[in-house]
Design a protein around this ligand. Structure first.
Ligand SMILES: [Zn+2]
Length: 465
């Protein structure tokens, strides 16, 4: 086997470093000591349903479907992705197991078992070829329990057993089919962090088990090269919500339909409703989906309370950027308005630090102009202690109280990791280049001596000879 890729969903660079240094992941540590270990930057927003399509295709989100510009809750169907993946470009015999966002599998030279995210259920056709399902029956039977746990008492053990079984399936497929390229994606690492982030003991326990399983599969199949990576980092669940539309209204970019008194009353109601919405993120996801559904035009007119004849900017679809209303501006005014907004947003500071860790224009981030398109005009990476929320309420910043059992989140955690080791890996100074998740596809393709098509956004990382 030329290359084995192991994805560890949501393992941050910082956490990977800690687990290796503290002896919790000795197998990963051994690989790191002979290879290259560095930060791998995720997309904005840093969620799996946006980051993984970029990983598979080497394309930035604007070239993927409009779905990838929305929030993670929107399903990204693999068939609708409609772009070639790196294993399809490579064309070598491949084994792709448990990779999220690959339901429903499409024909290619190899075998696929779609990952947990967006595979509807154990009963669905999640394998290619279809007949492969007979020999892997039960692969997704824990999906419901892991994604929506009723209680957490046995959660960790279910996750560990589930991972063990899945990696064993992967190992068996490798020994039967001897592919040139193999990929296993661990989704449970993401779920365990969502539900147990503050319990260091549980986290250590899970990663210790995962490290052992990875060590075993590596030992057994002896790939010439191995590449480990994650699609985003992780942080604690946010403590605050920030109403960006409220701030935009204060600064005169957004206007409500009514006079001051009615507007005040409306904001009070919204404030009350927001308590319910933040307590039940499932409601928040429905509200968000509703506002997104209305947004097929460049500037979504989704809030009934907003006077769109006077509104220049609002929180974007997906709640992670700013949309500027191109109908209100001439093209030559656009740059100045956006620069002013960026300057004001940069000055916002709470809890002793800047509210936005990163602020980007779409030109700087993706080399694409946003004026008059569905793309957000400004991309924001918020302090992970805070979550942006749609609507206009009376308090700009409010405490966040979730009734779900979640402990961790990663909406603004871009710092994933990558680790490469093997015969073709150069021992490059880790500081000498920066790596993004979009770079992985072209890097793998170049390893298989493919010419990289010009349409691909990612660059070839100097990690392989
Ligand atoms: Zn993820």
């Amino acid at each position: 086997m030329k290359l084995m890729i192991i994805g560890i969903d949501g393992l941050s660079f910082q956490m990977a470093n800690r687990l290796m240094k503290n002896g919790i992941c000795p197998n990963l540590n051994a690989l790191m000591s002979q290879g290259t270990f560095k930060t791998l930057l995720s997309t904005i927003p840093s969620v799996t349903s946006v980051a993984l399509p970029s990983f598979m295709t080497g394309l930035y989100p604007p070239k993927l479907s409009e779905n990838s510009l929305k929030k993670s809750s929107r399903l990204l169907n693999f068939a609708a992705l409609n772009k070639k993946t790196f294993w399809e470009y490579c064309g070598v015999l491949s084994c792709i197991v448990n990779l999220r966002c690959t339901y429903r599998p499409r024909p290619f030279n190899g075998l696929m078992i779609s990952g947990d995210l967006y595979t509807p259920s154990e009963n669905s056709g999640y394998t290619f070829p279809r007949k492969l399902k007979h020999s892997v029956k039960g692969f997704h039977e824990n999906m419901e329990r892991l994604h929506r746990p009723r209680d957490k008492s046995n959660y960790l053990q279910i996750a560990i057993d589930d991972t063990k079984r899945k990696i064993n399936v992967f190992r068996n497929l490798l020994s039967i089919h001897s592919p040139d390229l193999a990929l296993y994606w661990d989704g449970n690492s993401d779920l365990v962090q969502h539900y147990c982030f503050s319990e260091a003991k549980s986290i250590n326990h899970y990663f210790m088990a995962l490290d052992r399983l990875i060590g075993r599969v590596y030992e057994k199949s002896q790939p010439e090269n191995i590449l480990l990576l994650s699609d985003h980092g992780f942080d604690k669940e946010p403590e605050y919500t920030f109403y960006l539309n409220n701030w935009l209204e204060k600064k005169g970019y957004l206007h409500l339909k009514w006079g001051p008194l009615r507007a005040k009353f409306y904001k009070m109601i919204m404030q009350l409703l927001s308590k319910i919405v933040t307590a039940h993120p499932s409601i928040s996801r429905v509200v968000q989906a509703k506002t997104e559904a209305k947004g097929s035009s460049c500037f979504a007119k989704s809030y009934p309370s907003v006077d769109y004849r006077r509104t220049v900017a609002q929180l974007s679809r997906g709640w992670w950027g700013v949309d500027i209303n191109s109908e209100m501006l001439q093209e030559d005014e656009y740059g100045a308005v956006r620069n002013k907004l960026i300057e004001q947003l940069s000055g916002l500071s709470y809890f002793g630090s800047r509210l936005f860790r990163e602020i980007w224009t779409s030109e700087d981030l993706y080399g694409v102009r946003a004026f008059g398109t569905v793309l957000p005009d400004i991309y924001l990476v918020t302090d992970p202690r805070c979550k942006l929320l749609g609507g206009v309420a009376s308090n700009m910043l409010t405490g966040f109280r979730s009734k779900e059992k979640r402990e961790g989140d990663h909406y603004n955690s871009r710092q994933g990791f990558m680790l490469a080791q093997g015969e073709d890996v150069v021992s490059e100074n880790p500081e000498s280049f920066s790596a993004e998740i979009v770079d992985i596809a072209p890097t793998v393709m170049s390893m298989f001596s493919l010419k990289i098509p010009r349409s691909i956004d990612g660059k070839v990382l100097p990690i392989f000879e």
